[in-house]
Design a protein around this ligand. Structure first.
Ligand code: NAP
Length: 248
């Protein structure tokens, strides 16, 4: 598809779901991929094995994306060991559904810390080496819910729409240095995060989706590979919807 040989990449939340598929897709195109996760080491090992089976390589790099010092230390260590960071994918995310009247501040704090601050910390830690190398691809994983809203997801939607303003500001700051920053905005994708969806909701979603199916992690991963490529140099500050047409 696109040649990412020689590029160092880091994917947060790569132990499962969309992050795993993204790490495997980047590795299969030649990138060397650091596989971040929070706690699930066994799942992260499976990601690394899948990357190797796809002809790529990388390493496990556990840290909590909401811990600024941990993110900085991990990225600085990676750059020292492997060279400039070329591709930073801020994918790690958490979701707690609640109607507005039942919203709990601690849940909101957790979503903001992981989804929003985690993206900022990764971008901040990565951008210096990207600027020096005059090549960088920062990609944030938002959600269709951030743009459409969804009853029961007020807090999650707020955390996901925040990424759009963040990415566009980063795109403006570093565009002249060869660094792009874009957002991938998936629709509903088959992962642990959506495993609790009822059959009724699933059926309704499929009816509303022109492509006639729920997404697969690989659908999103392919969009990330494109945005990570040299060929996407003139694409920055954009939101790429990957949702089967659910939102146009
Ligand atoms: P998932 O299957 O629940 O996996 C979440 C991943 O994030 C895991 O690898 C988890 O690591 C990691 N993670 C969570 N908190 C972390 C932290 N503080 N530090 C580091 N890693 C952390 O999620 P998913 O469905 O693949 O979603 C991935 C991204 O896509 C999220 O940002 C989500 O909001 C977004 N998204 C998902 C959908 C969907 O339908 N699934 C739709 C739109 C957007 P552990 O394994 O160690 O827990």
């Amino acid at each position: 598809m696109f040649d990412l040989s020689g590029r160092v990449a880091l994917v947060t939340g790569a132990s499962r779901g969309i992050g795993r598929a993204t790490a495997v897709a980047l590795a299969s195109q030649g990138a060397w991929v650091a596989v971040n996760y929070a706690t699930n080491a066994a799942a992260a090992e499976e990601t690394l094995a899948a990357m190797r089976a796809a002809g790529g390589d990388g390493e496990l790099l556990p840290f909590d994306v909401s811990d600024a010092a941990a993110v900085t230390a991990a990225v600085e260590g990676l750059v020292q060991r492997k060279g400039p960071m070329a591709i930073a994918v801020a994918n790690a995310g958490v979701n707690v559904d609640a109607l507005l009247l039942r919203a709990q501040e601690e849940d909101f704090d957790r979503m903001l810390a992981t989804n929003v601050k985690g993206t900022l910390f990764l971008a901040k830690a990565s951008v210096r080496s990207m600027m020096k190398a005059r090549f960088g691809r920062i990609i944030a994983v938002s959600s269709v819910v951030g743009a459409m809203g969804n009853a029961g997801q007020t807090m999650y939607a707020a955390s996901k729409s925040a990424l759009v303003g963040m990415a566009r500001s980063i795109a403006r700051e570093y565009g002249s240095r060869g660094v792009t920053c874009n957002v991938v905005s998936p629709g509903y994708v088959e992962t642990d995060m959506t495993a609790g969806m009822t059959d009724e909701v699933r059926k309704k979603l499929i009816e509303m989706t022109p492509a006639g199916r729920i997404g697969r992690p690989e659908d999103v991963a392919a969009a990330v590979v494109y945005l990570a490529s040299a060929e996407a140099a003139w694409v920055t500050g954009q939101v790429l919807g990957v949702n089967g047409g659910l939102r146009m």
